[in-house]
Design a protein around this ligand. Structure first.
Ligand code: ZN
Length: 58
């Protein structure tokens, strides 16, 4: 769904993106900044939960 288009739907809430304003962050599209923040927070929470040893990456 939407693959191939430049911007399809918001990665956070799934809402269709409008041409006027959308955010592109970390290879994902978001309909508004709030959705991006939500996604980042969610990813951080899950990363901390599932990979406690990630701090040793470098
Ligand atoms: Zn959204």
């Amino acid at each position: 769904m939407g693959i191939g288009n430049r911007a399809g739907t918001c990665s956070s809430c799934g809402k269709r993106l409008t041409r006027k304003h959308w955010y592109y962050r970390n290879n994902k599209y978001f309909c508004k900044k709030r959705c991006w923040v939500t996604e980042v927070e969610k990813a951080q929470t899950e990363a901390a939960k599932s990979e406690p040893s990630k701090a040793a990456a470098s």
